[in-house]
Design a protein around this ligand. Sequence first.
Ligand code: NAD
Ligand code: UDP
Ligand code: UDP
Length: 343
Amino acid sequence: KLYEPRMAGFGSMNSGGKIPLGLKRKGLRIVVTGGAGFVGSHLVDRLIERGDSVIVVDNFFTGRKENVMHHFKNPRFELIRHDVVEPLLLEVDQIYHLACPASPVHYKHNPVKTIKTNVVGTLNMLGLAKRVGARFLLTSTSEVYGDPLQHPQVETYWGNVNPIGVRSCYDEGKRTAETLTMDYHRGAGVEVRIARIFNTYGPRMCIDDGRVVSNFVAQALRKEPLTVYGDGKQTRSFQYVSDLVEGLMRLMEGEHVGPFNLGNPGEFTMLELAQVVQETIDPNARIEFRPNTEDDPHKRKPDITKAKDMLGWEPKISLRKGLPLMVSDFRQRIFGDHNEAST
Ligand code: NAD
Ligand code: UDP
Ligand code: UDP
């Protein structure tokens, strides 16, 4: 038997995923919404590897079956095509709630849908957590800090967000998702965790998703100019995906609600990032300046003291070490598979 089924929602049998000391760990039943996406699929790999049973719930808006196909024959893996905006009945121990497009290009594509995903989708998954007594983790974002007036950003900072701008569907959507999460915690006793994720990159990102690291890497590989928006002096701090997944799992298994910043404090201007991409892929790659997008945050860098102190977590992989790992995946997908390269 791979795991002993638990009676979710029935008293001490369900500990929200906590393992009593001294007992051998039993596989948990875990839902990962958005598990066919970039971050979700890496998380699924780790959970399956650890011996858990994983149900991926995804509507394939930005996710791809290819990201999780290697688990199809595993009896501990299930994939459900489902939109989290619709209610869902499942019996599980833990819910990692990632479903939501993350690239500005994708989330601005249908802003009302983005809000529904963040608000109604999160409400449904919290309703599910409440009904079965599962522990719930929300993947929020550094975007809740908006165009921050405090630098680096600490979790106690309330942010500087435009409520009526083109990014608001995402920023305000995630802020509301955080509010819902805390209200289910306070009001219904749901065990919750909140992660505020800073810019993350790595293998399996959509090649043309419009985010800066995927754009620059694909452009350099295709011998196209690197498109720097604005003056390129705005900053971001880039985290490699395996560091994030480790942080999410520690947060879920730990005792603290959060919110916790999960990010790499290594801060780069977009021009510096372009330079690292040049050094990694093609020193002759040209840079082309383009007008910047509306409401673009000027700077972003996590203060991760809280995650270090309370979760014993900190990122291990610097941009210069992580980028080549992503480049080999992109190289293979762009040049190794013609179907993929043309999409
Ligand atoms: P992604 O776009 O690769 O993955 C999102 C997944 O959610 C996709 O598989 C998509 O198909 C699915 N999805 C979207 N809407 C859905 C819906 N209504 N119902 C069901 N599934 C739906 O993005 P990612 O980078 O993997 O991000 C994962 C999560 O982490 C998101 O919640 C995002 O907001 C958060 N996050 C990511 C970053 C980052 O830099 N990658 C930063 C901050 C926060
Ligand atoms: N929900 C769900 N799966 C469940 C339980 C609830 O999708 O297993 C949805 C439910 O349809 C509702 C939302 O979660 O829209 C909030 O549920 P809750 O029970 O908290 O609120 P209520 O149904 O009382 O409004
Ligand atoms: N950016 C850029 N060139 C691109 C894509 C993005 O210079 O091809 C800039 C963008 O203006 C922003 C930063 O890179 O300042 C990060 O953008 P991204 O969309 O990756 O994520 P964000 O942090 O804005 O959500």
